[in-house]
Design a protein around this ligand. Structure first.
Ligand code: KG4
Ligand code: ZN
Length: 509
């Protein structure tokens, strides 16, 4: 693990060694000592692995700005992301100091540094001619946009997460969000740090409870949530080795979902927020499903199209950037997962049907039966699945009447194929029309292996990247809610304590 710590006087000799090797005009030990003594106006950090110093960076706070005064990585350790870690640290400190911009100058010829700062959103705003004394080289002036802007901060948090994934621990306080998910038949709680890092995540599925009925029974679901919620909150804190006092924000899914189930989660969240005097954030469950992609792929940047396919929902949205959603289309009747569950029930496979059909279809021929591809030829982005369901049922009934053999794997594979073909084609068409190069799959049905494969294959031809969360983040979970909540926190988008659940909440305009 690489740690970032504040620089002290004892560090000056090793810093000076690197300074001499990296810069043609190195700072003297006396200059470094002066900088350290100027704390808190000057702040200097070291990146180290145990005793070894890998790099360092410093800044000076002036009015509403932070000037980055120095940044160097030991030549031995360049190219390992240490520069990015140090820049992330300077940003964290800038946020704590509530400044508006970061500025610096860099040598015209220093392409490596210009590229690094560019990744963090710095823009080149001017040139100081002949600024450097040794060779009269020009300095390029770099400045960030307003860093209090939530979009900018969100982008930076992604950089922070990438730094963490490279094994660097930054030196700054974290915002720990405790989030609750109880929209349908999973009770889930999580603690997420700064929108990305999952400290502990628990999911209690009610599948066994509802199996006898072949679907979710709303009243039973609500009662089970009520039974589970408090013990699970206690357990998630224990697992994260935290206490309630460490939590900085409470978040909850406020819809769409079953009203009784939602009420349990919202009541628990409100109680915690009120008792601990913490901000409360309401998250749209569908937005959460899409956000699950960012938990594992913080590198996703810019606009995208997302297909949300779950037990209760099937919709296609366009996002010009994270947090802004335009609804392109949705199902006019059944949701994709619902169709999987109903057909699996009809075929006597069990519940929930998605994973069972997924597995069985691997043994069948997807071209055995030509089931209808509803709305495929239509230029809009809506879906319809109830006709397909009826077609499968009629087909099986006819075979029975005619005394013919029913090859269940073939029917499962052909049914799945009919769903996949429409979903993949419409989604890719939407991506092309919107001119985006990324498709984010979300929701329980995004766990389907044939669907993922088809998307990857077909999108590759169009130069479109496909993202999807791992299985456990596809189906309902609280990490997606706690992650998405962080962006609401940045925007100061809080929920009043008298807020109500929104069973029919929609996503996008
Ligand atoms: O997102 P989710 O957990 O709940 C809702 O918000 O609705 O999705 C559950 C749905 C179920 O209908 C389940 O059958 C389906 O996701 N599902 C799958 C697969 N795994 C889960 N459908 C197709 N293939 C799968 N591998
Ligand atoms: Zn869901």
């Amino acid at each position: 693990m690489i740690a970032i710590t504040r620089m002290s006087y004892e560090d000056i000799p090793s810093v000076y060694q690197i300074e001499k090797r990296v810069f043609s005009l190195p700072w003297s030990p006396e200059m470094l000592a002066t900088e350290i003594s100027n704390y808190p106006r000057s702040v200097y950090f070291m990146a180290r692995a145990g005793e070894e110093v890998l790099g360092y960076a410093g800044m000076f706070v002036f009015a509403d700005e932070v000037h980055i005064t120095n940044l160097a990585v030991s030549p031995k350790h360049q190219g390992k992301g240490i520069g990015a870690a140090l820049v992330s640290q300077l940003f964290e400190t800038a946020f704590e100091r509530r400044v508006s911009h970061l500025v610096l100058e860099v040598r015209q010829s220093n392409q490596r540094a210009r590229k690094l700062y560019g990744k963090f959103g710095f823009e080149e705003v001017g040139v100081r001619e002949g600024y450097y004394e040794d060779n009269k080289e020009d300095a390029v002036l770099l400045c960030t946009p307003e860093i209090k802007n939530p979009y900018f901060r969100h982008k930076l948090n992604k950089m922070r997460q990438l730094v963490f994934q490279k094994g660097v621990e930054l030196n700054s306080p974290e915002r720990l969000i405790l989030a609750i998910e109880s929209t349908c038949d999973e009770t889930a709680v999580v603690v997420v740090s700064n929108g990305f890092r999952i400290l502990a995540s628990l999911i209690s599925s009610q599948v066994d409870l509802h199996r006898t009925y072949g679907g979710v029974v709303p009243e039973l679901a609500a009662r089970k949530h009520l039974e589970m919620i408090n013990p699970m909150i206690a357990e998630v804190l224990a697992e994260a080795e935290l206490e309630l006092k460490d939590i900085s924000t409470i978040a909850v899914s406020i819809g769409p979902g079953l009203v009784g189930a939602l009420l349990v989660g919202l009541a628990a969240a409100k109680s915690l927020a009120w008792a601990l005097n913490l901000p409360l954030i309401g998250v749209n469950h569908l937005e959460g499903h899409i956000y699950a992609n960012f938990l594992e792929h913080p590198e996703i940047e810019g606009s995208f199209v997302s297909l949300v396919i779950s037990g209760g929902h099937t919709l296609l949205v366009y996002a010009p950037e994270w947090g802004e959603f335009e609804l392109l289309g949705e199902t006019l009747d059944d949701a994709a997962g619902e169709a999987f569950d109903k057909i699996a029930g009809f075929l006597g496979l069990g519940y929930p049907g998605g994973p069972l059909i997924d597995a069985l279809a691997k043994k069948g021929n997807p071209r055995a039966v030509d089931f209808p591809r509803a709305l495929m030829a239509r230029s809009d982005y809506n879906f319809s699945l109830s006709g397909l369901k009826t077609a499968v049922i009629n087909h099986v009934v006819r075979l029975k009447q005619e005394g013919k053999e029913i090859l269940v794997p073939d029917i499962a594979a052909s049914f799945q194929e009919a769903i996949i073909e429409v979903q993949v084609n419409k989604t890719i068409r939407a991506a092309k029309e919107k001119g985006v190069d990324k498709i984010l799959l979300a929701g329980g049905v995004a766990a389907n292996s044939a669907l993922r494969e088809r998307f990857l294959k077909q999108a590759a031809k169009e130069g479109i990247g496909i993202f999807y969360p791992s299985q456990v983040l596809c189906t309902d979970n609280a990490a997606m809610v706690g992650g998405a909540a962080y962006f609401h926190w940045l925007k100061e988008d809080f929920l009043p304590l008298d807020a109500e659940v929104q069973p029919n909440l929609r996503l996008g305009r």
